[in-house]
Design a protein around this ligand. Structure first.
Ligand SMILES: [Zn+2]
Length: 446
């Protein structure tokens, strides 16, 4: 008899793990005109709000008592400086250890600039810089608030996972003239979905997609297609928190796009949002696999090496002919020669893995990760039980695969200066990341 009881308990935990989950959202819509993020060139000051933008958090507490928090944001990205502030508060005020805190951003290009994110892009007047600083201070406070609220909201819940498909993402490297058409059409149109339910009530839905949030580029504050998708889902499931995770959309755009005609562009972005939301709704309406725990979390760091930079003499020689962002980039490299001896030859690259019981491997990469990483790790660890997202931690740079690096172009080579890096990565980039992911997946496996 005793044995039978033990047996039935084991069966119960394998299909209905005892989760405690809490979700929360915090409005980060600016209350004044602020510089908009994501595109270089002339400073764009916001003129109106299309819809509010948000930070959203999901706190998951397992029966071992560990609390893991995922925060998503309608922001273009975070910087090391921002991560340090947010993670320190999460630890000191809410007890969340670093490997149990994942900070994803949607890579929204219709949000305000914060702190030093993409700092080489912009040249602000003192008034614009002050508006940016006021907004940044508000964002820090809201991160603190949303993490605390999600943890305070934890209550018994059931989690489930499944994936759908949405056809919005196009490999944007093929959209750059006749020569680019020979490039591959790699995209990941999977829409991974985690639901958090209490009985029949949907408390939160976390969904991901691999595609730049660049359907819009006007002067309004909004969450781009991902913002529209979240709005749509929260309308479908009143009282729920819908959270968008940017996956590996480094080389994907929502296409076609409309530029210069705001009303038409906004309608198209809203339609892309509805398509993505519909994919999520269909997953929720279907059969989803129960998602067990506990979450085994690991975080590690590798280094990505950079190719040699431009020699100091050449930088100085070319500087007088430059203006705008290229001028700021060259001045930055000259400063690095003068203060550090040379621009750094490598960058730090953090990787996080959350293993949900036996059911899902959640891999969180850093920076603007291209789609090859999503396809590669799903191929390695399972197409039906692996979720790979980029755009966590520092926005860092584009993170090309070896293929993209060798093909060259913006995501492989020419985009590196904009992030303050002296040169493209060396051809060890993919291998370095793969080795670290393998190590952490192994460390979190049962
Ligand atoms: Zn980008």
């Amino acid at each position: 008899m005793k044995h039978l009881l033990v047996c039935s308990w084991v069966i119960f935990t394998s299909s209905g793990f005892a989760w405690q989950a809490g979700a929360a959202k915090a409005d980060i819509t600016p209350t004044e005109s602020v510089p908009l993020a994501g595109y270089g060139g002339k400073t764009r000051m916001s003129q109106r709000v299309e819809h509010p933008i948000w930070l959203k958090a999901l706190a998951l507490k397992d029966d071992a008592g560990a609390t893991s928090v995922l925060v998503t944001a309608d922001l273009v990205g975070l910087s090391d400086k921002m991560i340090a502030v947010i993670a320190k508060n999460a630890l000191e005020k809410h007890g969340v250890i670093r490997e149990r805190l994942i900070l994803n951003t949607s890579h929204n290009h219709s949000c305000p600039v914060t702190e030093d994110v993409l700092w080489l892009y912009y040249e602000f007047t003192p008034e614009e810089a002050a508006a940016k600083d006021r907004y940044t201070a508000m964002v820090y406070a809201k991160y603190d608030e949303v993490i605390g609220e999600a943890i305070a909201n934890v209550a018994p819940a059931e989690l489930a996972f499944e994936q759908g498909l949405a056809g919005v993402a196009v490999n944007r490297r093929r959209s750059r003239g006749p020569e680019s058409r020979k490039l591959g059409n790699q995209v990941d149109q999977d829409v991974p979905v985690i639901t958090v339910k209490s009985g029949n009530e949907l408390k939160a839905v976390v969904f991901g997609y691999s595609c730049h949030t660049t359907a819009l580029g006007g002067l309004s504050i909004n969450g781009d297609y991902a913002g529209f998708a979240q709005l749509e889902l929260e309308k479908s499931f009143p009282g729920s928190v819908a959270m968008f995770v940017q996956n590996c959309g480094g080389d994907a755009n929502p296409l076609p796009r409309i530029r210069g005609k705001d009303v038409e562009a906004t309608e198209l972005a809203a339609m892309y949002g509805r398509i993505l939301a519909e994919a999520v709704r269909q997953v929720i309406a279907g059969t989803m696999k129960p998602l067990g725990g506990p979450i085994r979390a690991a975080m590690g760091e590798t280094e990505l090496e950079l190719q040699p930079g431009i020699p100091l003499e050449e930088l100085k020689q070319r500087l007088p002919n430059l203006s705008g962002m290229p001028k700021r980039e060259f001045e930055h490299f000259i400063r690095q020669y003068e203060t550090l001896g040379s621009p750094p030859d490598r960058v730090k690259y953090p990787v996080q893995v959350w293993q949900f019981g036996p059911d899902l491997t959640f891999i969180a990469l850093t920076g603007e990760t291209v789609v090859d990483y999503s396809l590669k790790f799903k191929g390695a660890y399972g197409w039906n039980n692996t979720w790979i997202c980029g755009y966590n931690n520092d926005l860092l740079s584009y993170v090309p695969s070896l293929r993209v690096l060798k093909e060259g172009g913006y995501e492989g080579v020419t985009g590196m200066f904009e992030y303050g890096h002296r040169a493209p990565y060396t051809d060890t980039v993919e291998e370095r990341i793969t080795t670290k992911v393998e190590e952490l997946v192994k460390a979190t496996a049962k």
